[in-house]
Design a protein around this ligand. Structure first.
Ligand code: NAD
Ligand code: DAU
Length: 359
């Protein structure tokens, strides 16, 4: 049984990882600030579980982090905590600098300070895994090769710039101090428990409420989609067998245009929750584009597959149907996250965008 300090373990991906590790028998210390996207409802099945220790707090709180390290002596830190939504970063970059850059730097320094005084054997086996994104590589054109570990960084949004900065600091701690880091850069995740500011849950829930389905620009931007559980199995392989100081690109080899994704969600809903008011795709509206909208992301994950034997278990179409089913079956979770703050965000992000029926 390993002891893992997980940051951001009440969020979408972090909670999936925490649930998987508890099912596998690891002890988890879960440090999460519970921002708008952190949700204890994601961890309901762990209620009363003595080997899931939840601590509400900020990764930038050095005293708290030091206390957790000294008390629980983790075998690894998995760093998920972040501000994660591109549109929010366009409206308030400062929050992204504070958590993603300064928070990551503070966390790194706290963990490094504790690690350097461990016994040699523990220093050798300890790992700090930094969960990052493919957005740090910028945007691809239609015929460009997919991003890989060799791709130069070219972040375009405040979010991706803040994640790029955090990646550089993690790398620097390895190069400078020999701190045993791993970095992963993953493509777009989807699956249960994703906060409905992101495309797939937003469109699913808007459709069920017969609200417009906002597609930025012409809907031709491309993302490479990966089921969140496949991301988490990749992270575990990297943690267990990844080479220290290396980065691993993770992706689903499932490139789709946004319009294709939205239409696939609508088709699944037409089948699972048909509406008397007509097919859900009639609700699609093309709205003012995201500023600096990256055209295409795609990941070449051959290093991960070759070195660590990873393969995704979900196809996009089957995984998306299961995800839509999850949102239909978990209305209480949905109602809890659609709070006043969430409605305020919808107004802030969508009210001013021009809407058109065709692209
Ligand atoms: P999320 O927004 O759902 O969850 C983020 C979690 O971090 C929340 O629980 C929040 O409360 C917590 N948090 C935020 N600031 C904190 C702070 N200062 N201290 C402690 N906790 C804090 O995000 P997600 O989609 O689960 O993403 C998790 C990580 O994976 C992020 O680092 C993100 O950059 C990365 N990532 C996400 C995707 C994706 O498609 N969602 C893809 C690749 C990489
Ligand atoms: O690539 C990995 C990244 O994927 C992660 O690092 C981010 O944390 C995660 O949020 C995600 O970023 P995107 O910006 O790609 O995800 P989002 O769901 O916000 O948007 C997906 C695509 O859909 C993108 O091209 C913008 C578009 N979109 C999004 C929203 C919210 C719309 O057309 N309409 C919308 O209302």
């Amino acid at each position: 049984m390993a002891t893992l300090l997980v940051t951001g373990g009440a969020g979408f991906i972090g909670s999936c990882y925490v649930l998987a590790r508890r099912a596998a028998g690891d002890r988890v210390i879960n440090l999460d600030k519970l921002t708008y996207s952190g949700n204890m409802g994601n961890l309901l099945s762990l209620k009363g579980d003595a080997d899931h220790i939840f601590v509400r707090g900020d990764i930038g709180n050095a005293e708290l982090v030091r206390h957790l390290l000294e008390t629980y002596a983790p075998d690894a830190v998995l760093h998920f905590a972040a501000e994660s939504h591109v549109d929010r970063s366009i409206l308030d970059p400062g929050a992204f600098v504070r958590t993603n850059v300064l928070g990551t730097c503070a966390l790194l320094h706290s963990v490094y300070g504790w690690w350097k005084d461990l016994a040699e054997e523990r220093r050798q086996t300890f790992r700090f895994l930094h969960v990052s994104t493919d957005e740090v590589f910028g945007a691809l054109r239609p015929d460009d090769d997919a991003f890989s570990e060799e791709t130069a960084y070219a972040p375009n949004s405040p979010y991706s710039a803040s994640k790029a900065a955090s990646d550089h600091f993690v790398r620097a701690y390895h190069e400078t101090y020999g701190f045993p880091t791993l970095i992963t850069n993953c493509s777009n995740n989807y699956g249960p428990r994703q906060f409905p500011e992101k495309l797939i849950p937003l469109v699913t829930l808007n459709a069920l409420a017969r609200k417009p389905l906002p597609v930025y620009g012409t809907g031709s931007n491309i993302r490479d989609w990966l089921h969140v559980e496949d991301h988490c199995t990749a992270l575990q392989l990297v943690l267990e067998a990844g080479r220290v100081g290396q980065t691993y690109a993770i992706g689903g080899r499932s490139e789709r245009t946004n319009l294709e994704v939205v239409r696939t969600v609508c088709a699944a809903l037409d089948e699972m929750a048909p509406s008397r008011e007509g097919p859900y795709a009639e609700l699609v509206r093309f709205v003012t584009d995201r500023p600096g909208h990256d055209f295409r992301y795609a990941i070449d994950c051959s290093k991960l597959c070759r070195e660590l034997g990873w393969q995704p278990a979900h196809t996009f179409e089957e995984g998306l149907r299961e995800t839509v089913r999850w949102y239909l079956d978990n209305r209480e979770w949905v109602e809890n996250v659609q709070s006043g703050d969430y409605r305020k965000w919808l107004d802030v992000n969508y009210a001013g965008r021009v809407q058109r029926v065709s692209a």
